[in-house]
Ligand binder design. Structure first.
Ligand code: ADQ
Length: 472
């Protein structure tokens, strides 16, 4: 097989298991082909240290057979490309939050400048027969910039977050430029069929693309193939983490500590898309409506710090703290705290033990590309006595996990009712649902995801040679 080149905003050393399932899975494919992983180093260079927009020092490092190549960002590029356009425009709008978007025109200039710089720096490392796999919303114009420099390699793109419907997408100044850039890829992958449908509708109605057979669209002098490739987890790795010493120790501690209670769990990055305030309101509603859960149901909510330099993230932090405080104040007893809210990252090795000790997981994002926490919770359960997943119908995972208790995350009462059902669910029904859900997780795990995307990329019909890419 040709060499694989992975490009993503952040790069992880695939030898470190702390990197998590996705990094490990990509690392595995890279290891097999002796590949290259390219992205931002995480370092921001201030003007006083010589940081100039569109310029960044390149670092290379060998991690076993994988070459890691990273680039520094100047302060200006970080603030416009990363904090500004990627996380201040694309992240909110793609999660349907137009109200939180800041369309400052400097941001798109920075976004474009950094993608051009990445293309220039990456080109120096590329071989003619490389297969290039670009990840996520930070790098949507990367293939277009590479094509403009004369690169004709196979290039695929996977969007980890949702793609919104045309009318929302069209609110972004320059949306046509952004979607046009996707036509420079040979294959574009989405998390769900809903996202793919949004792409198809936009391409046909706004970009006047022609639909060809085999999931292909033609516009801007290019043909792109598009498909849904729902990302999975490494089920075996997660099952074995649950059995490893740290996982077991956590499980035993939690079951001992909460032997007289029923544990509910939520694990998220602290992000406004994850529906945390409504989850808390639903938990409060549960205690109000169903008093039998008082002095028993305990929600452990882990919300790891995330993008703290973005204002909207501070607002959500304050709202969450105040909701948790009022629930504990109103319902708590001397020997029972209804909510334990932890604003920290919990080590990956300990999460499976926490999941296994929990009767219910509350995964209620307002919108989510996939949501891997839902899948990890299921994989960590004891099949003989499994917990129940309460899942937002607006998480990409809901398309696959039909046997979870699906809820509308905006409807606090319906989440409370579903959580009550979950806490009461008889063993037989829990087992049956868990078995069905696990068969989906096993058949579409992270290895299936990698293989099916890369097979489709290799097989995507190549663009006729000599077709020029019309510069953006
Ligand atoms: P995220 O928005 O980060 O990812 P998610 O899929 O839920 O969301 O989590 C990714 C990983 O982070 C999981 O392995 C999870 O265990 C871990 N994680 C999350 N919160 C944590 C916490 N508090 N402590 C420790 N670990 C935590 C984006 C998209 C998702 C999509 C993924 C993968 O937003 O929709 O599922 O990429 O494509």
């Amino acid at each position: 097989m040709a060499r694989l080149v992975v490009v993503s905003n952040r790069v992880a050393d695939p030898r470190k298991t702390a990197a998590g399932g996705l990094a490990v899975a990509l690392g595995e494919v890279l290891n097999n082909t002796g590949g290259l992983w390219f992205g931002w180093s995480g370092k921001v260079v201030e003007p006083a240290q010589g940081g100039r927009p569109g310029e960044g020092q390149v670092h290379t490092q060998q991690a076993g057979p994988v070459k890691l190549v990273t680039v520094d960002l100047s302060r200006e590029d970080h603030d416009t490309f990363y904090a500004g356009y990627a996380n201040g425009v694309l992240w909110p709008v793609f999660h349907y939050r137009l109200d939180l978007a800041d369309f400052d025109p400097r941001y798109i200039t920075g976004y474009r400048r950094v993608n051009q710089m990445f293309a220039r720096k990456l080109k120096a490392f590329l071989r003619d027969d490389d297969i290039v796999w670009v990840h996520d919303y930070h790098l949507m114009p990367l293939a277009a910039e590479l094509r403009a420099l004369g690169c004709s390699q196979r290039i695929g793109f996977f969007l980890h977050i949702p793609l919104p419907p045309s009318l929302i997408l069209a609110a972004i100044p320059g949306h046509d430029w952004l979607i046009r850039a996707l036509f420079a890829f040979d294959l574009v992958g989405f998390q769900s069929k809903a996202d793919l449908l949004h792409f198809a509708r936009y391409a046909e109605a706004e970009a006047h693309a022609h639909r060809l057979d085999g999931g292909r669209w033609r516009a801007f002098n290019r043909t792109v193939q598009a498909g849904a490739f729902p990302i999975g987890i490494d089920v075996e790795e997660f099952e074995s983490l649950a059995q490893a010493p740290e996982g077991r120790e956590m499980y035993e501690r939690m079951t001992r500590e909460y032997s007289r209670r029923k544990l509910l769990v939520g694990v998220d990055r602290l992000d406004y898309t994850k529906g945390l305030p409504n989850r808390m309101r639903a938990f409060r509603e549960l205690l109000e409506r169903y008093p039998e859960h008082r002095n028993s149901a305990t929600l452990i909510q882990i919300a790891s710090p995330s993008r703290e330099d973005v204002v909207a993230y501070n607002d959500i932090l304050k709202e969450l703290e105040s909701l948790c405080g009022s629930i504990n104040g109103n319902f708590g007893e001397l020997d029972w705290m209804p909510v334990r809210y932890i604003h920290r990252t919990v080590a990956r090795q300990r999460l499976p033990g926490l999941y296994r000790a929990s009767r219910v997981a509350m995964v209620t994002p307002l919108r989510d590309g996939m949501n891997l926490v839902a899948k990890e919770f299921l994989a960590a359960q004891d099949p003989a006595d499994p917990g129940v997943l309460v899942l937002s119908r607006f998480a990409g995972a809901a398309e696959q996990l039909r046997d979870a208790l699906l809820v509308n995350p905006y409807d606090v009462e319906s989440i409370a009712n579903a959580t009550h059902l979950a806490l009461q669910m008889p063993l037989e029904e829990r087992r049956m649902r868990h078995q069905q859900l696990m068969s989906v997780l096993r058949s579409q795990d992270v290895h299936w995801w990698c293989d099916s995307f890369l097979d489709a990329l290799v097989q995507a019909q190549p663009e006729e040679t000599g077709t020029p890419w019309l510069r953006l």
